[in-house]
Design a binder for this molecule. Sequence first.
Ligand code: PBG
Length: 327
Amino acid sequence: MTYPRIRPRRLRRTAALRRLVSETRLAPAELVLPMFVKEGLAEPRPIASLPGVVQHSRESLRKAAAEAVRAGVGGIMLFGVPASRDATGSGGLDPDGILNVAIRDVVAEVGDVTVVMSDLCLDEFTSHGHCGLLAADGSVDNDATVAAYAEMAVAQADAGAGMLGPSGMMDGQIGVIRQALDAAGHTDTALLAYAVKYASSFYGPFRDAVESALVGDRRTYQQDPANVRESLREVELDVAEGADVVMVKPALPYLDVLSAVRDLVQVPVAAYQVSGEYAMVEAAAANGWVERDRVIMESLTAIRRAGAQIILTYWAVEAAHALRELD
Ligand code: PBG
């Protein structure tokens, strides 16, 4: 009987050894908290399918943003829920629309100590729920939509957002938005491109959170879950058009895509752990079927390991606190 001299288990024997050789570490600065603010709310309102997440009032948003900063998160991504919608999503372009007002509020509250980001898309503001403007035949009109995004981008930058997240998956949106920002003097406003965004069923709870009016799906602009080369093409285009950071979304079901994107480009890569990923863990944990806290950290570690340098997650504040305790 011969015994192995090479023993990988040697490095797993104690917590100190495991800590020493760990290849992936998470830090609060890499976590971004998505937040919802609803026009006209006096009190924050819970979202049934996202336990622990709320639609904020303007007042509660300011407080929660300050709390997130104290926890050390790297950024905040704002989503607005308007009181009323129309066919062109005009509330998104209006400087006094809920999202732009909320950007001003949060910037006034937290200043420059965290990165204030805003979702740049029309779906929260349109009466039909699509991410863009509709042509006469009911299809989403790419170029008209991108022109609206350009105007929306300038309004968000005027409001003080430091990084904009175009998430509508229209062709050419990064280039057109970059041009409009530069022309308006916002040359320092960064773009976090939702470069890779799948037509995913994991967005269900988010659509509750923003009270989406969508009937049908987004498969003519978001990507087919079957494809990965198509994602690399999207990423290359966005980087060429001026994206400062590229994002893959959802995260956990698409780790192979994340890894391929990481290998392809030199800009920072982000991943969005989306609402359905969050809700599944919360639901299973509520039933006692998984260990909640460990599943959260394991999923974040996996997303980080696959190549995301930045992670958008509804657990950002909680995870930031947990990481500080570990350290
Ligand atoms: C579009 C947008 C969506 C999400 C982020 N930005 C919804 C969609 O594309 O249908 C989903 C995020 C999540 O599920 O957590 N503005």
